[in-house]
Design a binder for this molecule. Structure first.
Ligand SMILES: *Cc1c(COP(=O)(O)O)cnc(C)c1O
Length: 399
């Protein structure tokens, strides 16, 4: 695992963003993690088990696929990084595998997580089953109703799904419940956060676990094109973990344009959007300072996206820094544009993407690409979970 100029400082700051804004009661838990995570992640036995599970359990390396018909359409060369082919159908498993191995080495016997759409809950329940570890997933009561298939998966995997019944009964409330649990169980419990968010060291830890994506891209691109460097890397951003993973080993390569795609929902200024860099202001969310969608008096605004995984009112501090410094280009795609892109990719390549990933595909329309470009697009997940939405779209628009 190599390091980068974009790694956070000792206190977890990426420029103005990051840090650890936590209740005092949580300090010992976070401090234990902060002092141990790098040392554990570099242990030979850790790396051996991590890479062996990624290979034989997750199915890595995920292919880098030259999408010829999609490339023709844009008169350029587009490679898809196939995170959709991972076990459990998305990139999230890269992180949960890493964190369960870390938890084991910290002597933790109990895992907690919070989930909105249920994808991170499923990835967490999966690795807990793999290791035979107790798993508690907090989930807003409303989300439990909306995401029945993922709730069933978690239960089948042996996790206890605990409803958060306060507030808006969604992700924010589930997060509060998880933090409360962690405060009450500081010694035996590890909290698995699912994106590059949360107090330091989570954003850095999760980015490192996901950096396997760009480590593989470099080697695969070299084999396929003779060069390790594409001209563009494109990824969708909810909290930002698949983007952080896809960007990581290119952060210090200024010739590579990093393109992050946010969810514009019904349109950036429609009041139903999740385009954090367009609408957000500096603020503290989930334990770190970043850009946050909020009202004048600092109340977090309820976001909207057709894709549950991008329906988040913030972004990780690394991304806020990449935005602030101009190192990454931030674009956005609406619900409608992303739906259209999902159908187009399916027709052109025979690949049904997750709605989240379809946002990255939709952004191809906004870039001026030509035949000299080499584009890598991170296809973060597969579309099985989104079939109900796709079916509705087909009925409504006779697609
Ligand atoms: C959760 C999810 C995302 C968004 O999360 P990031 O941390 O921004 O990567 C994107 N794509 C898929 C398929 C997801 O499940």
């Amino acid at each position: 695992m190599m390091t980068t100029n974009y790694a956070p400082d000792k206190q977890g700051y990426y420029g103005k963003f990051g840090g650890a804004y936590i209740p005092e009661m949580l300090y010992p838990n976070v401090e234990e993690l902060r002092t141990r995570y790098l040392e554990i992640m570099h242990e030979a036995s850790f790396l051996k088990e991590y890479h062996s599970l990624l290979k034989d359990y997750v199915g890595r390396p995920s292919p880098l696929y030259l999408a010829r018909r999609l490339s023709n359409k844009y008169n350029t060369e587009i490679f898809l990084k196939r995170e959709d082919l991972n076990h459990t159908g998305a990139h999230k498993i890269n992180n949960t595998i890493g964190q369960i191995l870390l938890a084991e080495r910290l002597g933790k016997k109990r895992i907690i997580a919070e989930t909105g759409a249920g994808q991170h809950g499923v990835a967490t329940a999966t690795v807990c089953a793999l290791k035979g570890v107790e798993c508690i997933v907090y989930m807003g009561e409303k989300d439990i109703e909306r995401q029945a298939p993922n709730v069933a998966r978690m239960k089948m995997l042996g996790a206890k799904v605990v409803p958060a019944v306060s507030g808006s009964r969604t992700l924010k409330d589930a997060t509060n419940e998880a933090i409360r649990d962690w405060i009450n169980n500081p010694v035996d419990t590890h909290y698995i956060i699912g994106s590059v968010v949360g107090p330091h060291p989570y954003p850095d830890m999760v980015a490192r676990f996901q950096s396997i994506i760009s480590e593989e891209i470099r080697a695969q691109l070299k084999e396929k094109t003779g060069s390790e460097l594409p001209t563009h890397v494109i990824a969708c951003v909810g909290g930002g973990s698949n983007a952080a993973g896809a960007f990581y080993h290119f952060l210090d390569e200024p010739s590579v344009e990093l393109v992050a795609v946010e969810a514009a929902g019904h349109g950036i200024n429609s009041g139903k959007s999740a385009a954090t860099t367009r609408l957000g202001k500096p603020g503290v969310l989930h334990g770190s300072k970043s850009l946050v969608m909020q009202t004048e008096d600092g109340q977090v605004v309820e976001p909207h996206s057709i894709s549950a995984g991008l329906d988040y009112p913030g972004i990780g501090p690394l991304h806020a820094h990449l935005f602030d410094t101009g190192r990454a280009t931030f674009l956005s795609a609406t619900d409608e544009e992303s739906l259209k892109a999902a159908f187009e990719l399916t027709k052109l390549e025979g690949i049904i993407p997750a709605l989240e990933s379809a946002h990255a595909v939709a952004a191809l329309d906004q870039l001026q690409l030509n035949e000299k470009d080499t584009v890598v697009l991170c296809l973060s997940g597969r579309g099985d979970k989104d079939m109900a939405t796709y079916m509705r779209a087909m009925e409504e628009q006779s697609l």
